[in-house]
Design a protein around this ligand. Structure first.
Ligand code: SAH
Ligand code: SF4
Length: 349
């Protein structure tokens, strides 16, 4: 099991070994208060403690290295530098509710190596810590306050940035629990997107402290051989096991079973044929999942894969709809700044 590493909390415990539990709560509340942007601003803490914290403990676990905003749709991508000098990306997107969605990273690089993904083309560097994950929310909250004032709100968080969140299970779980406790985000406004790590999906079924967030499973093909070609971490029995898992998950979820969806990146000439659409529809009938998000593949630097054209996507979608499957197409944001799904990589250049 990964160690849940909040360097901030460990440092504070060393500095104030016998502090009462409510102090921790006061601090954590203040971390997510948009009006407070430094230790000095937590006036509920004694002055001496604020001074010590300011001298010894970083207020946030990363600093901004570069910010780019899209010319077409207000999507903003930030390159963040961690305290140990590594880089990763995080994205802010306007959403239909007049609020903001943040697309957060869970790892630097990714070991899964999906063929169409810029993060997968990088080496896996390391898991992000709880602080580094939770602080992406704080980073964007401060950004919004400085840019647009106090009325802006982050209403959704999606784990669709860099990395495989379930490969960093304990840390993403702790970050989610921190948000749920200290912000107005509800669990159904958080989506954990996963390539489908079966051992971790099984763990969710028996983990009483796993929060009731939405899960999106990145399927990309319902043909086992084809899936393995584009998702190298896949195994020959993945699809069967996933279908079986989905039924047990749906039983656990009861009315919330709709919070489970598939994602399917459509790659021209690779997984977008009408045959693949029929195989997918057949497969979905064996699962408890009735909803699928179709994402045209975004091009990545140096990659040779392209997104399906719109006629193809429509024909693919039509086959699914005709079988009663709730298929939706995801609009892509931030394509001009390499901030769309799968385009995040993170380099200082
Ligand atoms: N590792 C997780 C979450 C990060 S990727 C996962 O794979 O689900 C988030 C989403 O972006 C996934 O659905 C992934 O398949 C998709 N994606 C990756 N590369 C893409 C690309 N080039 N174009 C479109 N979607 C892509
Ligand atoms: Fe990793 Fe997801 Fe990219 Fe696959 S799509 S390489 S699992 S980040």
């Amino acid at each position: 099991m990964d160690k849940v590493s909040s360097m901030r909390q460990e440092l504070i415990e060393q500095l104030f070994p016998s502090e009462p539990a409510y102090r921790r709560k006061q601090r954590e509340r203040a971390f997510f208060d948009a009006k407070i942007d430094g230790w000095a601003g937590i006036t509920t803490l004694p002055k001496l403690e604020r001074q010590t914290l300011q001298d010894k403990v970083p207020w946030i676990s990363h600093q901004l290295a570069k910010l780019i905003t899209s010319d077409i749709d207000d999507t903003t991508k930030a390159l963040l530098q961690t305290l140990d000098g590594m880089y990763f990306e995080t994205v802010l997107l306007p959403n239909a509710r007049g609020a903001w969605t943040i697309c957060v990273s869970s790892q630097i690089g990714c070991a899964m190596g999906c063929r169409f993904c810029a993060t997968g083309a990088m080496d896996f560097k390391r898991n992000l810590t709880v602080d580094e994950i939770a602080d992406q929310y704080r980073f964007w909250q401060q950004h919004l306050v400085k840019k647009l004032g106090n009325t802006e709100r982050i209403s959704n968080v999606v784990f669709m940035g860099m990395g495989e969140p379930l490969a960093n299970y304990e840390n993403i779980k702790a970050a989610i629990l921190t948000w749920l406790e200290n912000t107005d985000l509800g669990p159904t406004h958080i989506i954990v997107s996963t390539v489908g790590l079966l051992t971790k999906l099984e763990e969710i079924l028996i983990d009483a402290t796993w929060p009731p967030v939405r899960l999106a499973i990145s399927l990309h093909s319902a043909d086992s051989v084809e899936r393995q070609k584009i998702v190298p971490s896949s195994t020959p029995d993945f699809l069967t096991k996933l279908a079986d898992w989905s039924h047990r998950y749906a039983v656990n979820l009861g009315n919330r079973r709709l919070y489970l969806t598939f994602e399917y990146t459509l790659i021209a000439g690779v997984n977008d044929s009408l045959r693949e659409a029929r195989v997918l529809a057949d497969y979905m009938m064996t699962t408890a999942v009735r909803k699928i998000n179709l994402i045209p593949c975004n091009p990545i630097d140096g990659g040779d894969l392209a997104g399906s054209d719109s006629n193809n996507i429509l024909a693919f979608e039509k086959i699914l709809l005709a079988r009663g499957i709730d298929a939706t197409r995801r609009r892509s944001f931030g394509g001009d700044i390499q901030a769309a799904c799968g385009q995040l990589a993170g380099s200082a250049s």
